[in-house]
Design a protein around this ligand. Structure first.
Ligand code: PSU
Ligand code: MN
Length: 309
């Protein structure tokens, strides 16, 4: 896999709209945390999507950082949304799922949509943000090793700190981890020695790196910058125990959802949203409860890391 994709922050973002509060925080060097929006438009059902989007922003504030939810509204990349914009995005009848390859067309055609981890990282980095919180990153799909999320390419080439609960459990986790290694992305277990599996605390796959404080993560990010390396630092945090779904149980549900998607012929960008909603249905909402808990926890940690940087 080649990684020609490079994000250059030195080019002044011309057509960006940066929320005034975010712009001011950046100017004053205060901590800012980027949040993605594909999970609002495609990952979570309404009205829970808006509720969680708001909670994520509040959580970042509680920890003394400024939240910047990133999306494309009528063709304009927005870094930070007003409460009204957030509300409109969450209620948008036919939002576009915008990954890296979709950004040019989305802007040119004045589309409105949620940005994936990859597209969010690109816009966030260009606006000067360095810390980002999400749920589970994309990766290599089960049974479809040719379907590799652009999230991995973004992680390989955009030097941010990305806080997540591992890769989404619907993916081929061993292959995803291998790919991250190939791409030179350090994967750090936060308070754990194994790779978390989104709604389950562990996949059982060992991780070579561990950190137990925001300061340790910040020190690694500074070292990465000093070394001139371009890959993101991927901080993976296990879902809180009280909301977790045991891995064996999750595995069985995922196998069923993946088989169902196969039967229905669902592929490409539609696959991840399909699997997530199918799982929510199968688990009677427990996967949603876990998704919310892990998102909030990740936002909290990201804010602490942003403060420690
Ligand atoms: N994490 C969640 N819910 C989501 C996603 C992540 O808890 O909906 C989204 C992210 O935006 C991620 C995307 O970038 O799914 C990956 O999609 P794909 O596999 O098509 O690249
Ligand atoms: Mn894909």
């Amino acid at each position: 896999m080649t990684c020609s994709y490079v994000s250059d922050a030195s080019e002044a973002p011309q057509r960006f709209s940066v929320e005034p509060e975010v712009a001011q925080a950046l100017q004053e060097g205060r901590p800012v945390v980027a949040l993605e929006s594909a999970l609002i438009t495609h990952g979570l059902p309404r009205p829970l999507n808006l509720e969680i989007a708001r909670e994520l922003e509040e959580t970042v504030r509680e920890e003394g950082a400024i939240p910047a939810t990133i999306a494309v509204l009528e063709g304009r990349p927005c870094v930070g949304l007003s409460p009204e914009q957030l509300e409109r995005l969450a209620a948008e009848p036919a939002p576009v799922k915008i990954s890296l390859r979709d950004l040019p067309a989305a802007v040119a055609r004045r589309a409105t949509g949620g940005t994936t981890v990859a597209a969010t990282m690109h816009l966030a980095y260009r606006a000067g943000l360095r810390v980002f919180a999400t749920g589970g990153i994309g990766g290599v799909h089960r049974g479809h090793p040719e379907d590799v999320s652009a999230d991995l390419i973004a992680l390989a080439s955009i030097p941010m700190v990305v806080v997540c609960a591992g890769a989404k459990a619907i993916l081929d986790l061993p292959r995803t981890l291998e790919m991250l290694e190939t791409l030179g992305v350090p994967v750090v277990g936060y308070g754990t020695d194994t790779f978390p599996a989104f709604t389950s605390p562990t996949s059982g796959l060992p991780l070579p790196l561990r950190a137990d404080s925001p300061e340790e993560v910040a020190a690694m990010a500074r070292a990465r910058d000093d070394l001139g390396l371009r890959a993101a630092l991927l901080v993976t945090v296990p879902v809180p125990q009280e909301a977790a779904i045991p891995w064996e149980e999750a595995e069985a549900e995922i196998e069923a959802a993946v088989a169902e998607a196969e039967r229905e012929g669902i592929r490409g960008p539609a696959l991840t949203p399909y699997l997530l909603s199918r799982l929510a249905h199968q688990t009677d909402g427990r996967s949603l409860h876990a998704n919310r808990a892990l998102l909030l926890q990740n936002a909290r940690l990201a804010a602490r890391i942003a403060r420690a940087r």
